[in-house]
Design a protein around this ligand. Structure first.
Ligand SMILES: [Zn+2]
Length: 315
């Protein structure tokens, strides 16, 4: 075990060294654009907002694919090997990223872990299922950091630093765009805070997996999800009873379901309690048609706010 940890430490240190040395030693030649591989949709969208047309940005997660179950295929690994930068959420969201770091033969690939500057929330078994299978998938920390917009600002900063190191010639451009984007995130946070401060209900009942813990905490909401870790897990009978009791006790009229998944659990809860279903998008990924229509993280979050205001019966 110790030798495994040691080997992992070597890999992490060497990848950190690659990160620190990249860019200053090997800036892209001439006007050649850097290639950036991103894992989840928020990272893709943040990166394109910062880099604009100065970088080729790839979203490795195919449209419509559930993010937690995703593992890169050999063709994806080849894309990563050829890239200048890999931007991922963190080890609790993409545990496979560390294996890629171990196996890559690229001498130019720099890696950006966007969770490094963020204090992760520990998953609390008292607030949901704590089945060992779920915990194995998500680890013991909540990986959905992008759903607190103050975290999203920090992620933008980390991505910007990564871009500037990989492509120092365009640093000013990246930093200027990052400042503009961070303003938009801060405005969104203010809008949420104002809209969600005067609601009749303060409990968010979610038929999906535990994705909105950061969002709920930021705006002082109680959050209860049917499933804990993986979106593919099933809620326990005890959890279903608890949810229905909560809905009844608090006279809740709306239940949220999540994107990209069959809303079966939410439908059962709604049917048995008379509640109405509303969509809440965790933005892990988008559908092909949404992607083609140019949906953005900000528009998804604006749509969420409309439904949150309805569901929580806000003024
Ligand atoms: Zn999730």
């Amino acid at each position: 075990m110790r030798s495994l940890r040691y080997a992992l430490a070597i890999v992490l240190i060497s990848s950190a060294m690659v990160f620190l040395s990249c860019g200053t030693k090997n800036p892209p030649e001439g006007n050649k654009k850097i290639t950036v591989v991103t894992t989840l949709f928020p990272l893709y969208d943040f990166t394109r907002s910062i880099a604009g047309n100065k970088a080729d940005i790839i979203l490795i997660l195919p449209p419509g694919v559930e993010a937690h179950a995703f593992e890169p295929k050999p063709a994806d690994i080849m894309k990563i090997d050829k890239a200048d930068l890999l931007i991922y959420t963190g080890k609790y969201m993409e545990p496979w990223a560390q294996d890629i770091l171990k196996s890559t033969t690229s001498n130019k690939l720099a890696v950006v872990d966007t969770s490094l500057s963020i204090k992760l929330a520990r998953l609390n078994p008292a607030h949901g299922d704590s089945e060992p299978d779920d915990r194995r998938h998500h680890g013991s920390y909540d990986p959905h950091i992008w759903l607190d917009f103050t975290n999203a600002v920090k992620m933008v900063d980390t991505i910007t630093e990564g871009l500037c190191k990989a492509d120092p010639g365009n640093s000013d451009f990246y930093r200027k765009n990052a400042d503009i984007y961070k303003e938009k995130l801060s405005a969104l946070d203010k809008e949420y805070k104002k809209a969600l401060s005067g609601c009749r209900k303060t409990t968010l009942i979610h038929g999906g997996h535990f994705a909105f813990g950061y969002l709920a905490r930021r705006y002082g909401l109680e959050y209860i999800s049917a499933c804990k870790g993986s979106p593919n897990s099933e809620p326990t009978a005890r959890k279903m009873i608890e949810l229905k009791k909560k809905i009844k006790e608090n006279d809740i009229h709306f239940v949220f379901f999540e994107e990209l998944l069959n809303p079966k659990v939410s439908e059962i809860i709604a049917k048995e309690t008379g509640a109405t279903l509303l969509k809440l998008n965790g933005a892990h990924n988008v559908m092909k048609d949404e992607f083609q229509k140019g949906v953005t993280f900000l528009t998804l979050m604006e749509d969420n706010l409309v439904n949150l205001k309805t569901g929580l019966e806000c003024k």
